[in-house]
Design a protein around this ligand. Structure first.
Ligand SMILES: Nc1ncnc2c1ncn2[C@@H]1O[C@H](CCC(=O)c2cccc(C(=O)O)c2)[C@@H](O)[C@H]1O
Ligand SMILES: [Zn+2]
Length: 367
């Protein structure tokens, strides 16, 4: 039976690998569901729920994406990372008009608000839309319009990370950098600059000039690194791309010097446990290195990446982290505070969400 809050065809809101039968488990899940949270690593298109995907697929019937939410579960089962990107791009192909962009963004915010996500840095790949013919100004207006509506109506504050789809090459890097740094085009909500897609065969150092320009324009650097390649990619992200946080960073666990560096310089990792299993970057949750990161003193944040594609959501990722790190309510509240600390919110915004977390935790168990 779907957990409370899940709609037909949508991912359950509980960690299906943990039998939530005991009172303690149920209480922990209830605590997570109400905990005010921030999310730092979640993709725009990758957040399209089955309901949104089927609505878009019905609008564009020539697409190969199933319209039936039930069939999507099979469609979203991946053999490896390359297969994941292939399926991801078929969903990207459904976003064809500014109205599609606005619908997606607004509905993603609604799903976040349901999980008590107060703040999210959403990774958007504008190149994918502009190269498909969506007018760049209409694209920016659509995301900004959705951002303002989401804040006013749901109370969820959204900020953007524009990422380069690495596999699409330097043309994509140039276009993404232009859109992110041109004052006449860049949207008000933009705070950071990223790099996604496959890492194998896509060396990070080639993107240095683009990250230099983005940083010079005041954007924060948050590339994916060490998701599907070794710790040397994380070092490249730190030295060449001036990374202030690392997307995934999973393979950092293989390099004790790197772990010590991340801990000493307070460079947070955006850990996405279920994603790593779904893309086969890590074999099993039990083998996930999140515990080693914490043991090494690294600032760990927990995130959902592409939640409906991976049959998860942020609440579920907190439940997974609670199991892997043996966390109680206090530990989970600390995890939520980590995300606030590692975010690019201003000090007042950080203080506001931290105070909410404190108040919620102090009042627990709610009557
Ligand atoms: N776990 C992940 N790890 C890494 N990235 C992830 C993850 N999840 C989602 N992404 C997204 O996938 C995009 C990749 C898209 C891409 O490579 C591409 C290549 C060629 C053409 C086009 C196009 O649009 O025409 C796009 C990335 O930019 C990133 O935002
Ligand atoms: Zn990602």
């Amino acid at each position: 039976m779907p957990a409370a809050g899940a709609r037909p065809g949508e991912a359950p809101l509980t960690d299906s690998s943990v039998p939530a039968t005991g009172t303690a488990d149920r209480d922990l899940h209830r605590f997570i569901a109400g905990l005010p949270k921030a999310e730092l690593h979640v993709h725009h298109v990758g957040s399209a729920s089955p309901r949104i995907v089927s609505e878009l697929a019905a609008r564009h019937p020539d697409s190969m994406v199933p319209t039936d939410p039930e069939a999507l579960a099979d469609y979203f089962t991946f053999t490896d990372f390359a297969h994941f990107i292939e399926v991801y791009l078929s969903v990207v192909d459904l976003i064809r008009t500014p109205e599609d962009v606005r619908l997606l963004t607004y509905e993603v915010a609604r799903d976040m608000a349901r999980q008590q996500v107060r703040y999210a840095e959403l990774t958007i790949t504008p190149f994918s839309s502009t190269r498909r013919g969506i007018d760049e100004r209409a694209f920016m207006d659509a995301v900004e319009d959705a951002r303002k509506a989401a804040e006013a109506e749901f109370g969820t504050v959204l900020r953007w990370c524009f990422d380069i789809p690495g596999e699409a090459g330097l043309e994509a890097a140039e276009e993404t950098t232009r859109l992110a740094t041109d004052d006449r085009i860049r949207p008000e909500g933009l705070v950071s600059f990223g790099l996604g897609g496959p890492e194998i065969g896509v060396p990070r150092p080639q993107f240095k000039p683009y990250f230099d320009r983005a940083v010079a324009a005041g954007l924060r650097s948050v590339p994916h690194a060490g998701e599907t390649t070794g710790p040397e990619t994380v070092w490249d992200a730190l030295t060449d791309l001036r990374a202030e946080r690392i997307g995934h960073g999973t393979s950092s666990a293989r390099d004790p010097k790197l772990l010590a560096h991340l801990a000493e310089h307070r460079i947070p990792l955006e850990v996405c446990p279920t994603s790593n299993i779904a893309t086969r970057a890590v074999r099993t949750l039990e083998e996930h290195p999140i515990k080693e990161f914490v043991r090494a003193g690294v600032l760990v944040t927990v995130n959902s990446d592409d939640p409906p594609m991976f049959g998860t959501d942020l609440n579920n990722e907190y439940a997974v982290a609670a199991r892997l790190l043996d966390l109680d309510e206090r530990g989970l509240a600390d995890l939520a505070r980590n995300a606030v600390e590692a975010s690019f919110l201003d000090p007042a915004g950080k203080a506001r969400i931290s105070a909410e977390i404190d108040a919620y935790t102090a009042a627990w168990p709610a009557s």
